[in-house]
Design a protein around this ligand. Structure first.
Ligand code: PRP
Length: 207
């Protein structure tokens, strides 16, 4: 597994805006989608392309096209808030959905929804969730994606902590992980510190 922290002035500026407690839901969502777009630029660096013949207004020439179907899998709810930005750059991507919530006592993920896309076994699959805390949700979502036949999987999140990264490394060593920040601490309530609070609640204004 490769673990990649995508550091860029535009990303750390937007992430800092998102961390601030006074940031509105609207600004939180906008910055999250924009960071998703910036991160996908890096994540797609190794996506296969094939050469094609094209005609410009001037001459016949060679061009390139992405040579593999792309599937995005947001973990509902918070993953939805990052997916639109990614989809803007990859408009042909299909979207599968996995609904998970953390049991507040045990912090174990509970599945309540899953809808796959076709040809997922032949696709470049990106599982999306802004938060990698204990890693339970990400690991479960990747397990579900694998049970659907997914083979080339990447996981993208906004903030992460070492516990979650270690869990993914143990349970899914074949999956590359991309994050904008490795935060220092996971507290006893399972919150990333300093983090940005509960991303789902901030995206949807539920608290
Ligand atoms: C949050 C977050 C991740 C998960 C991360 O979701 O969006 O899905 O917790 O924690 P973990 O790494 O310890 O599993 P939550 O359960 O709050 O559901 P929500 O997205 O519906 O708010």
């Amino acid at each position: 597994m490769s673990f990649n922290i995508i550091k860029h002035p535009l990303i750390i500026d937007k992430l800092t805006r998102m961390r601030k407690v006074e940031t509105s839901s609207k600004d939180f969502r906008e910055n999250l989608n924009e960071i998703g777009q910036l991160m996908v630029y890096e994540i797609f660096r190794d996506v296969p392309v094939k050469e094609i013949d094209i005609n410009t207004p001037v001459i016949k020439t060679k061009g390139y096209t992405i040579d593999i179907p792309v599937v995005l899998i947001p973990i509902i709810r918070a993953g939805l808030g990052m997916t639109e930005g990614i989809q803007r750059l990859v408009p042909t991507a299909r979207i599968a959905h996995i609904g998970l919530y953390r049991n507040e006592e045990t912090l174990e993920p509970v599945q309540y929804y899953a809808k796959k896309t076709k040809n997922i076994d032949k696709s470049y699959v990106i599982v999306v969730d802004p938060m990698l805390a204990t890693g339970g949700s990400a690991s479960k979502a990747i397990e579900i994606a694998k049970s659907w036949g997914a083979k080339q999987i990447k996981f993208v999140c906004l903030v992460s902590v070492q516990e979650g990264v270690d869990k993914l490394q143990r349970e899914h060593p074949d999956v590359d992980v991309y994050t904008a920040s490795l935060d220092p601490v996971l507290n006893d309530d399972g919150f990333i510190v300093p983090g940005l609070g509960d991303a789902g609640d901030r995206i949807f204004g539920t608290k």
